[in-house]
Design a binder for this molecule. Structure first.
Ligand SMILES: Cc1ncc(COP(=O)(O)O)c(C=O)c1O
Length: 374
């Protein structure tokens, strides 16, 4: 742990983001993606708050062990936990699913076979995810595989699908962007759904949409949406006008040292030369905290003096360069807001560095304390 950097998480902003989302998708239930430690914000405190204070009853994690951790942390209330990608569907873990009421998202024939053959899974809801064009995970919708899925389910007498899903590959781009596939994927999903209905299957829930799709109004008439990023604040579309979330976190970092420098002073590893006379502040954050070296040269436009991360980011520290040495330049011990609750801050860092906001959030290591305000 270090004391010079903190991720402050204002859970009231999570509530207002959830309210803003509900205003957009009034009849749709929320399946909140809290995988990868709640996108770096702390899976358990974030999910606990969303459950207890905002009434969100469905959560998405990536791995079985994330799911087990979440269930164990909040044993007292019923809520659904879906395990999306690394679900370890083997007999070794089947009982864990049943016992902890976790719901595996089945996305291959092998997973379906294991699910149908293990007795412990006979009590577990059936969730199928189809590949409609993203080509990552998902049962194939090619005629042969779809027919095989139908016959396997019929043979086992499982005619109730709890939740039918797909996932978009390009919903973070405007629907008008060249080569967009979101609407075509949506159509394919509709075909799959119809095929199940024709065969007499009941489908309780359906969902397709992550943040980018929700922001563009795609799939919001289904029973659920599956937002991640937007509930943490930022839009996942570079050109969003619709989403007005606030970043629930703010990264606060202390100035460890400050020095006045002349033009062409070499700074830190590699000795990058200062472009003019100015002030260098050494900050208490580095790549050892997940603060990427790619953030070199990123300008913090929201801070007075518009300082820039200058020279190589170190393991434990980073240098900020200010032109000049006048008022407004922080002193040793001062705390700077590397990003604040305005999502424009992290989105600007992302645009300049080429690191998607998901990665900036998720990379933050556990040396940085998370502080929660209610
Ligand atoms: C299957 C699935 N649904 C929903 C999401 C949420 O995506 P986003 O954070 O873009 O809203 C993810 C995240 O990667 C996902 O894998």
């Amino acid at each position: 742990v270090r004391l010079g950097a903190n991720l402050d998480i204002d859970l009231k902003l999570l509530k207002s983001n959830i309210q803003a989302l509900r205003a957009l998708v009034s009849k749709t239930d929320i399946l909140f993606m809290v995988k990868a430690n709640g996108y770096g914000h702390g899976m358990v405190p974030v999910a606990r708050y969303a459950l207890e204070e905002c009434g969100v009853g469905n959560y998405g994690v990536a791995t079985l062990f994330e799911g087990l951790k979440l269930r164990k942390a909040i044993p007292e209330r019923p809520f659904d936990i879906y395990v999306f990608s690394e679900n370890h569907l083997t007999s070794q873990y089947a009982e864990q699913y049943a016992h902890s009421a976790l719901i595996p998202v089945l996305s291959s024939l092998d997973e379906l076979d294991l699910f149908l053959s293990e007795k412990a899974f006979s009590r577990v809801p059936l969730v199928l995810k189809f590949n409609t064009g993203m080509n990552r995970l998902g049962l194939s919708m090619g005629e042969d595989e779809l027919e095989l899925v139908l016959s396997k389910l019929k043979n086992k007498g499982r005619r109730e699908i709890f939740h039918l899903m797909t996932h978009f590959g390009r919903s973070f781009e405007p629907l008008s962007a060249p080569g967009q596939t979101t609407l075509a994927q949506m159509q394919s999903f509709e075909q799959i759904r119809q095929r199940f209905s024709q065969e007499g299957f009941s489908i309780q829930y359906t969902s397709t949409s992550n943040s980018g799709a929700i922001e563009q109004g795609v799939g919001v008439g289904l029973s659920h949406v599956r937002p991640g990023l937007m509930l943490y604040g930022p839009s996942s579309l570079a050109t969003s006008t619709l989403w007005k979330g606030q970043s629930i976190s703010s990264l606060k970092v202390q100035v460890l040292r400050r020095m006045s420098v002349k033009k062409k002073t070499p700074i830190g590893y590699g000795g990058a030369l200062t472009p003019e006379d100015g002030t260098v502040c050494i900050l208490a954050i580095g790549y050892g905290d997940g603060f990427s070296t790619k953030l070199q040269n990123t300008i913090l436009y929201h801070l007075p003096g518009k300082p820039m991360f200058f020279g190589r980011i170190n393991m434990d520290m980073a240098q900020l360069f200010y032109t000049g040495s006048g008022t407004g330049i922080p002193k040793e011990g001062d705390v700077l807001e590397i990003w604040g609750h305005d999502p424009a801050h992290i989105l600007s860092m992302s645009a300049q560095s080429g690191i998607i906001p998901y990665e900036i959030y998720c990379a933050l290591g556990d040396r940085i304390p998370r502080k929660y305000t209610l």
